[in-house]
Design a protein around this ligand. Structure first.
Ligand SMILES: [Zn+2]
Ligand SMILES: [Zn+2]
Length: 255
């Protein structure tokens, strides 16, 4: 599985695009599937630098309905339409995914959705309802966030990537991450914790408890990353049972 980090920032970050990444996974049917995880305000312009082919994506996962996780969809889909995309696209997310994304599209570019030459479909995902979709296995769990947020785990024959979205880890999201090859987890702060967000320490203990192999910390509060990056990197370098890192935009990871 190939992973590319498009953005690693929080909502109002002045240095990094909003947290978003793409995986290219081999399905159980031995086909390549390309999936975008979250698409906030600042993601589309950076996404296109790495993936200029309008037909590239098969699926988009939206963790929750905060702007830094889904408000980039209108601009992303607009450019797919402009570039003549015809391949169907599926957007996955929690209940009301269709209503919320359609409303955002209509606000941004009224009437454009009906002009798309590709079919845009939506799939509601919920904890406890595992899926097999596009030859991959999908499972979900809630984290503790100010807006309902789903953590997702996607499994291919080559391993599992688990993405927290936003929120403090819960026993359910920790269980979902069990033995993941890569856990991409938010770590908004160092101590003290901000309500509804994880910390560097909580992400590390989740990774330890879940027995993951690799941990990527994303969505750090902008000033925390600016002033404490070296200290955090030293802390990550001391982990013993898994590898932990702070990706930057454009970084790749492969397993
Ligand atoms: Zn959020
Ligand atoms: Zn966020």
């Amino acid at each position: 599985m190939k992973v590319l980090f498009v953005g690693v920032g929080e909502a109002c970050d002045d240095r990094f695009p909003n947290t978003s990444f793409v995986i290219s996974a081999r399905s159980y049917g031995n086909e390549e599937r390309n999936i975008l995880f979250d698409c906030g305000f600042s993601v589309p312009m950076f996404y296109w630098k790495y993936f200029p082919d309008p037909e590239f994506l098969d699926l988009i996962w939206i963790s929750h309905f905060h702007g830094d996780h889904f408000m980039g969809l209108p601009a992303l889909l607009l450019r797919m339409w402009e570039m003549g995309r015809t391949k169907p696209l599926i957007v996955l997310g929690q209940r009301n995914i269709q209503e919320v994304v359609t409303e955002a599209l209509e606000l941004a570019y009224p009437g454009f959705m009906s002009r798309f030459r590709f079919s845009l479909s939506f799939l509601e995902c919920e904890p406890g309802k595992d899926l097999e979709l596009n030859g991959l296995r999908w499972a979900f769990a809630e984290t503790d966030h100010s807006k309902r947020n789903l953590c997702v785990a996607v499994t291919s024959p080559d391993g599992t990537v688990c993405y927290s979205g936003d929120g403090r880890p819960t026993s359910e999201s920790t269980a979902l991450a069990r033995e993941a090859t890569l856990l991409v987890h938010e770590a908004f702060d160092v101590k003290p914790a901000v309500p509804g967000h994880g910390t560097v320490d909580s992400a590390l203990s989740t990774a330890e408890e879940a027995g993951v192999k690799n941990l990527a910390l994303v969505h750090l509060q902008r000033d925390v990353r600016r002033w404490h990056e070296l200290q955090i990197e030293r802390r990550l370098a001391s982990t013993k049972t898994f590898q932990a890192f702070l990706p930057r935009p454009g970084d790749r990871f492969e397993f």
